[in-house]
Ligand binder design. Structure first.
Ligand SMILES: *[C@@H]1O[C@H](CO)[C@@H](O)[C@H](O)[C@H]1NC(C)=O
Length: 141
C-alpha cells in the first residue's frame, strides 16, 4: 500500500509537470504566431519598397550653393527657402551587400531670388537623381 501511494503521488507530480510544460508550449506557440505575422508584415513592406524610383528631398540654397560670394547671404532673404530634388540614398531596399544609388542623373538649373534692397536672381547648378538601382557596396570602408 505504501508503495502504491508513493507511485500515485509520483504520478500526480508527473501530471502537474506535464500540464505546466503544455501551458508553456501553448504560450510559446501564440508568441511565435504573433512574431511570424509581424515579421511577414515587415518582409512585405521591405519587398514593396524596392530601390528604383528616386525620392523627393528638400534642399536649402546653402545646401546647394558652392560659390563664395553668396556665402554670407542671410538665408532669411532667399526665396524659395527650400527646393525639391530627387535622391537615391535610402530611397529603396536592396539585398545584403548592395545599396540604392543613382542609375541616371541630370544637372538642372535652379533660380533663387535674393531679396536685398534691390532683388537679384542667382542661378545654382544642382544634381537631380532621376532613377536608382542597387549597386554593390564599396569594399573600402
Ligand atoms: C527630378 O527627377 C525626378 C525623377 O525623374 C522628376 O520627377 C523631377 O521632376 C525632377 N526634378 C527636377 C527639378 O527636374
Amino acid at each position: 500500500m505504501i508503495s502504491f501511494s508513493y507511485v500515485c503521488s509520483l504520478f500526480a507530480i508527473f501530471l502537474v509537470v506535464l500540464a505546466k510544460n503544455k501551458e508553456k508550449d501553448h504560450h510559446k506557440g501564440i508568441c511565435d504566431t504573433v512574431f511570424f505575422e509581424k515579421w511577414e508584415e515587415t518582409l512585405a513592406s521591405t519587398n514593396n519598397y524596392q530601390c528604383g524610383p528616386s525620392k523627393p528631398r528638400s534642399f536649402t540654397f546653402s545646401n546647394l550653393y558652392r560659390g563664395n560670394d553668396e556665402k554670407k547671404t542671410p538665408e532669411s532673404i532667399i526665396q524659395p527657402w527650400a527646393v525639391v530634388l530627387h535622391r537615391c540614398k535610402s530611397a529603396g531596399c536592396c539585398a545584403y551587400g548592395y545599396h540604392c544609388a543613382p542609375a541616371t542623373q541630370k544637372m538642372i538649373t535652379i533660380v533663387f531670388k535674393i531679396n536685398e534692397r534691390e532683388s537679384r536672381y542667382v542661378e545654382v547648378e544642382a544634381k537631380n537623381e532621376t532613377s536608382c538601382s542597387c549597386q554593390l557596396d564599396n569594399e573600402i570602408h
